[in-house]
Write a protein that binds this ligand. Structure first.
Ligand code: GTQ
Length: 345
């Protein structure tokens, strides 16, 4: 057991004043704030957002604020531990629900943070990234990596909603977050790379020696394929709870530098208790129903809902019916820092 550390009020006032005037502070009274024993003390609290409750608020934003006045018409999912208005859902993950109405376009811009969209509702929307038009169907993941121009459009009939997941909090922390605006991009008239170069897992375009590839060769991950793959894994992969990581098809790396995405299938009645992970996480329910205990707090979830878990949370999922979730996490960033860990419960 380590000795109890000295406190600020044990120090004479004249010394404290002199330190403050010199622009310094003693470490030892604050040591345990920044280096708690054994486990971090996350500010992040478990969060839950019921889609049925948010839907009318999103639609009202569509009536109240034209897209021209919003640039991106988004309701931000704020971490309960930081309070409404916090531009983050966990320490590293930003989440927002974005609404686009038929005929609208969200202007082209480019920014330093990276985003992934998970399509929640509606048909006919698309995102253009670096001239490639990416159709957005329910459950699809669409990447807009940092530094790539992107604009959104909608040629369908009803409203469309998708969930934005960004590494924005990291860029804000780095004081590295900024954007530039520009005109809508002209679109190359061809299907996206998931339908051409990377139609089939295990196949990639043959290349001449020395020919490079794009850093983000595939920017759309169609849900129909993810679901089919999960079903095969559940049937034959040996573990009834199937999980598949979204990866770059050229390198096998996680799809973004900081954030990782994992699709999960929980069969009806399945219970799943993963190890305690140093990564924070957000879960999006593509379909299904169930409940999750996060550090003992019970969250009942249904289709299109989202919920979050802090680092090292004790997470226990139970699926009331066959369920498909996408887990968003910051393992890629933590691994790059030489840090990611899992602890057995
Ligand atoms: O669609 O580009 O939720 O730039 C936040 C910032 C979405 C976007 C957000 C953004 C976007």
């Amino acid at each position: 057991m380590s000795p109890k550390l000295g406190t600020l009020d044990e120090l004479p006032q004249d010394y404290r004043d002199a330190m403050a005037a010199a622009g310094v502070a003693p470490l030892w009274p604050m040591m345990r704030n920044v280096l708690p024993h054994v486990l971090p003390q996350p500010v992040t609290k478990p969060g839950y957002w019921n889609y049925d409750a948010l839907r009318p608020l999103l639609h009202r934003a569509g009536e109240l604020t034209p897209v021209e006045k919003a640039e991106r018409r988004v309701l931000v999912l704020s971490d309960p531990g930081r309070g409404v208005g916090a531009m983050q859902a966990t320490s590293t993950i930003y989440l927002g629900l974005q609404l686009l109405l038929p005929g609208e376009t969200a202007p082209a811009h480019v920014h330093t943070p990276s985003a992934v969209r998970i399509m929640v509702e509606g048909q006919g929307a698309y995102t253009v990234v670096d001239g490639e038009r990416l159709p957005m169907e329910e459950g699809d993941l669409v990447l807009t990596p940092g530094g790539e121009w992107h604009d959104h459009g909608h040629e369908g009939s009803g409203p469309v909603v998708w969930l934005d997941a960004l590494d924005l909090p990291i860029f804000v922390y780095l004081e590295g977050s900024y954007a530039e605006e520009g005109p809508l991009q002209s679109q190359r008239n061809r299907p996206d790379a998931s339908q051409v170069e990377y139609l089939s897992a295990g196949l990639r375009p043959a290349r001449k020696p020395g020919a490079g590839t794009r850093r983000y060769p595939m920017m759309r991950y169609p849900w129909t394929r993810t679901e089919a793959a999960l079903r095969q894994m559940a049937a034959h992969g040996g573990d009834p709870v199937a999980e598949l990581d979204y990866v770059n098809p050229e390198t096998g790396d996680d799809i973004l530098p900081a954030l990782g995405f994992t699709a999960m299938m929980l069969p009806e009645g399945a219970a799943e208790a993963p190890p305690l992970r140093s990564s924070s996480a957000a879960f999006h329910v593509v379909k299904g129903r169930g409940c999750t205990l996060i550090d003992g707090e019970r969250i009942d979830w249904g289709p299109k809902d989202s919920f979050t878990a802090p680092v090292f949370a004790d997470i226990r999922h139970e699926a009331a019916e066959e369920s498909f979730l996408v887990r968003i996490h910051d393992r890629p960033l933590q691994e790059k820092l030489g840090y990611y860990e899992e602890r057995a419960r």
